[in-house]
Write a protein that binds this ligand. Sequence first.
Ligand code: PEP
Ligand code: MG
Length: 576
Amino acid sequence: MSISFDENTENTIKGRSAAHGISIGPAVVIKSGSKEISPKAISESEIDSHKKKFCSARDLLTQELQKMAVGLEDKSTSEIIEAQQQIIKDPSIQKLVFEIIDEKHLSVDFAVYETFSSFIEQLKESGSELFSQRIIDLEDIRDRYVSKVCDYISELKIPEGAIIIASKISPTELVNYYEQGAAGLVLEKGGITSHAVIIAKSLSIPCLINADKATRRVLSQGTIILDAENGGLILDPTDKVLKEYAEKLKGAKVAIKADNNGCFETKDGHPFKLLANVEFEAELPRVSEKNAQGIGLLRTESLLFGKKLRKEVAEQEAFYTAMLENVEGPVTIRLFDIGGDKNARRPYKEANPFLGWRGIRLLLDEKKLLRSQLKAILTIAGKYPGRVKLLIPMISVVDEIDLIRSEIERMQGALLSSGVSIDENLPIGIMVEVPSVALSAYHFAKKVDFLSIGSNDLTQYTLAVDRGNEKIHRLFQHYHPAVLKLIEMTVRGANKADVNVSVCGELAGDEIGAACLMGFGIRELSMVPNSLPGIHDLLSSRDKKDFEELAKKAVDLPSSEELEEYFREWKDRTGQ
Ligand code: PEP
Ligand code: MG
């Protein structure tokens, strides 16, 4: 008997599978985020610990702002940080927060939220233009404060095998829970390519998204079943259901197995490469387990936003070395892609962060940060010649390539003159994430050694759909024919410039996507390690002409739905 998750019922919550698998375990509900903080009563004996949480959060925030200020050169940004530091130091804030905790016996997260919100309301009511920046500062500080005091709450130990239920979660928090033994993730918000979800997939944590009101409906500690195969959550399962799922779980574990010998080709002998996307060291065991032929995308933002900041050159070098030592084959290191949903550094709110100060745009303004990363990467590239590739995120105009190239050459010159060896032939590539690059691919490709298509952002910017917004997740269609057309154009431009193209967005780990990409002539795909065996099976069991036929048809179809239908028929027909 299998349970249907078509509708929410008293005992089930439906969601959308974002990382497949099944988990049975105790639920841990994480209440974080600051948007809807409601008053929570605390007992007399908890008062001191809540006041301490406030003081620790204040100290942490102060340190964070100090660190930020050191790396910043832009005057207006430094002024914003200075203003935020003043707010944090203001003794009246502590006084009001403590009054709420002491006198009303309410929790610290609510006390912080309430204190800042009433200031914000007063400023708003004044209607003064002059105060508008101050309101943004206050909101920003409030949100960070609340997430800091909630971090304390969420850093409580979780039981082994726990299924985490949250509204949303940061990648760092997720890795922290994974290291404590978390076995499942259920989110109310988020899209399939939102950052934490990508990490859940990579860590093989079954994950369900868009699980409406899950944080309110699930009770911490009760045993629940997360069925991310069929898109649902079972609360309070009966013994019979538990037994059935325990059986399924056994079967699922056996099925996850690498099934290649390190050399990949289509049925008719055309070679292709499959590599892994990696962000945290915790992911490394799976890279070799699944026989990836290298790291096709090393995201580096965890160095800046992780629990332990690792901004220093030596700390960065240690991170890159761990990757090179634990994985065979090339390692493509991407420069910090800060901004968008990876925004911890942004000292103020932008109206449209995904269209704003992100990736290369930010790095070219923040030279100190850029140069420290270049120094680390170029030093490591010299130690492992021929194995490192450098990837630049969020390029949208060709000038950015000239500017970053001159920074790279400058750093290489400086290293050479201080006696450090470099890799003279270090390949330099750019991400194709913005439609302008796909549309003018030849002009961009001429200036670099390789292109790597970031289909997550390319989809977001082509279909105008925020990749993390659950309200419009239906529209995030990464194999939409329009996106595929842009990819086809990119390949044409790159071929003309004689430059290799690979894909490192989630599309590469999707069956429909991978098959179409092969059909466009792309021979290098990078994905979360768990997707490797399935994609290998699909690509090695068909001929090159089959993929070409599919890709040709795909770009002419009107919608993703029709492509899905065509793919099913294609798969049956060509799989004989
Ligand atoms: C992408 O945009 O497809 C990509 C791989 O980069 P990220 O998901 O880190 O933005
Ligand atoms: Mg991207």
